[in-house]
Design a protein around this ligand. Structure first.
Ligand SMILES: NC(=O)C1=CN([C@@H]2O[C@H](COP(=O)(O)OP(=O)(O)OC[C@H]3O[C@@H](n4cnc5c(N)ncnc54)[C@H](OP(=O)(O)O)[C@@H]3O)[C@@H](O)[C@H]2O)C=CC1
Ligand SMILES: Nc1nc(O)c(N)c(N[C@@H]2O[C@H](COP(=O)(O)O)[C@@H](O)[C@H]2O)n1
Length: 220
């Protein structure tokens, strides 16, 4: 069992979601309003620890008028419980769940547990078991989940067949750089035959940003 998962991201025309230094202000204001309306419609929003460490995101609805109850549950994929204790995702603006692996330091888990919910999962190599996490979320009533990156988590989620839809903003910019993160990094697939197949749904322009919506076709 799993929630319906929408991958949401902004990238430059050359597919980068951040520069090599981690700078990632890509969407224009209108596009950010679109993203935040989507956040308010979703039950939960998920990012990887890489994104938390670089961006210190809030993951709340703050670009359009909203009440505290409009904020989705925040879910962090953090196998070693590295989330800094002063991170903004630990504040009281919304419920937060940190998913860790079974080798995470119990002391770090305890510190995080004082502030938010911590879920210990059983990934084979100590990573967060994403299937187990999806099952847990669905069981607590999360029917829709917005995946907001980053590049490494996006690949794992595709690799495990957990993404249903993609909504991406393509901004009229080129960032370049072989060390800049792209929409999907991770290990990548070996053969193009294994690539995730998509079906085009919709596109439109928001103040120069191109919004593309695709459905994922090949569930296995
Ligand atoms: N433009 C945009 O729309 C967005 C841009 N970004 C940018 O992306 C960058 C961060 O991306 P990235 O560095 O790839 O980090 P991610 O946010 O993708 O986090 C990846 C980390 O999550 C942890 N993790 C635990 N279990 C898993 C698992 N099963 N699969 C995958 N990861 C797992 C790993 O760390 P560990 O082993 O320590 O647990 C891994 O290194 C930042 O620069 C950020 O600004 C991010 C989101 C959106
Ligand atoms: N849609 C979108 N456009 C961009 O240009 C972005 N840089 C991002 N980044 C994602 O949003 C998070 C920040 O959220 P808060 O404003 O702090 O709530 C960031 O961590 C990325 O996940 N998204």
């Amino acid at each position: 069992m799993k929630p319906y998962v929408i991958l949401s991201a902004a990238m430059t025309l050359d597919g980068k979601i951040a520069t090599k230094t981690g700078s990632s202000e890509i969407s224009g204001e209108k596009d950010l309003e679109r993203v935040h309306k989507l956040r308010s419609d979703m039950d939960a929003i998920m990012v990887g620890i890489g994104t938390v460490l670089v961006d210190d995101p809030r993951l709340t609805v703050h670009k359009v008028p909203a009440k505290k109850e409009d904020n989705p549950i925040r879910v962090i994929v953090d196998s070693k419980a590295r989330t800094p204790l002063n991170s903004r995702i630990l504040n009281a603006d919304a419920k937060t769940i940190i998913a860790v692996g079974n080798n995470a330091d119990p002391f770090k888990i305890n510190n995080l547990s004082d502030k938010v919910d911590v879920l210990v999962t059983n990934g084979e190599k100590g990573e967060v078991n994403l299937m187990e996490l999806m099952d847990y979320l669905k069981n607590i009533g999360v029917n829709s989940l917005m995946l907001e990156g980053g590049a490494t988590l996006n690949f794992s989620m595709f690799n495990e067949g957990l993404i249903d839809e993609i909504r991406v903003c393509v901004a009229p910019m080129i960032a370049g750089g072989k060390f800049a993160k792209t929409l999907v990094d991770g290990e990548g697939f070996d053969k193009m035959n294994d690539a995730v197949k998509l079906s085009f749904k919709e596109s439109y322009i928001l103040d120069g940003d191109l919004v593309l919506i695709y459905l994922v076709k090949n569930f296995f």
